[in-house]
Design a protein around this ligand. Structure first.
Ligand SMILES: [Cu+2]
Length: 310
């Protein structure tokens, strides 16, 4: 799968528009730099100090004054028109439009809601290619920032002040990003992964996510499910079809289908799941999940249950 990690590799129509505007501005600035620097070098050499010769002096040249006022003015007006056009293209009004995805930032993970289908997920975003989508950003605690470089836009995620972003993804693949506003101890481990899929694949993913969790498929997994209730995991986490009391931690209904754990901190493997459950603080310092104090066989059972939640 293609991976997108740079503003110079745009993956959305909007990011492409922004990058084109950037290149135009860069081109004009480079041209001006070359002209000005060239004239300076020319003047330094041509009019350098020589015995018995003073450099000639110019004053009250009206045509020169008019020239250096109008040329920059025309350039600045041009840039202003360019900027306004790109802003209107990239950021049309979102009032009255329903978001396709609501992202709620938490210390230090992302809660995801797909309002049209009622699906709740966490950390790993799936979106369809080729659709004009509206994303809405909220914060559950402090100021965070949503920054996927190939989407071209940095969005501040501010408590009590939802922000929005429009995007039309043009290329399927994996888009990597991160929280861009320092939000506490776990900030460095608040990664974003966006899987841009064909509309068919996305619909299939969404349909799968909307299903309740599959029941435990082995004796060990059944013990894990029992422990999940006993060890108070349910106070913070929800598993649809099993227990949906917890609201303050990632939804685990389909945790086994994610590629990473704890917002991109670990690859999602049974070993890493066990490492996480043994001591989350050791994996992600400051994390708001306590160390539960589980025995090795309890960790094994819980891992078997959670990894089975595909
Ligand atoms: Cu953050």
């Amino acid at each position: 799968m293609d991976a997108f990690t740079s503003v110079l590799k745009p993956g959305t129509k909007e990011a492409g528009d922004i990058l084109s505007a950037f290149y135009i501005v860069l081109g004009i600035a480079t041209l001006i730099f070359i002209i000005v620097a060239g004239l300076v070098v020319y003047a330094v050499i041509k009019f350098r100090r020589r015995k018995g010769r003073e450099p000639g002096q110019l004053s009250e040249k009206v045509w020169l004054e008019v020239l250096w006022i109008t040329v920059p003015l025309v350039i600045v007006i041009g840039l202003f028109i360019l900027a306004v056009r790109v802003m209107l293209q990239v950021n049309p009004p979102s009032l009255g439009h329903k978001p396709d995805l609501t992202v709620v930032a938490h210390q230090w993970w992302w809660e995801l809601h797909y309002p049209p289908s009622g699906v709740t997920a966490a950390n790993e975003i799936h979106l369809p290619v080729g659709k004009h989508l509206l994303l809405r950003f909220e914060s559950a605690d402090v100021i965070h920032g949503f920054w996927v470089p190939s989407f071209g836009q940095k969005i501040d995620v501010i408590p009590g002040h939802p922000n929005t972003m429009w995007l039309t993804i043009t290329r399927p693949g994996l888009y990597l990003g991160t929280c861009h506003s320092f939000c506490g101890m776990g900030h460095a481990h608040m990664g974003i992964r966006v899987f841009a899929q064909s509309p068919e694949d996305f619909s299939a993913w969404l349909a799968h996510q909307s299903r309740p969790a599959s029941p435990p498929s082995s004796v060990e997994a059944a013990q894990g499910a029992e422990l999940f209730r006993e060890k108070n995991c349910v106070n913070c986490h929800s598993i649809s079809g099993f227990m949906t009391t917890g609201r303050e931690a990632p939804d685990l209904t389909h945790v086994g289908s994610r590629t990473t754990l704890a917002a991109g901190t670990l690859a999602n493997t049974p070993e890493n799941m066990a490492k996480w459950l043994k001591d989350p603080q050791a994996v992600k310092m400051g994390v708001l999940m306590p160390e539960i104090g589980l025995e090795p066989d309890q960790i094994k059972a819980l891992s078997a249950y959670l990894e089975g939640l595909k």
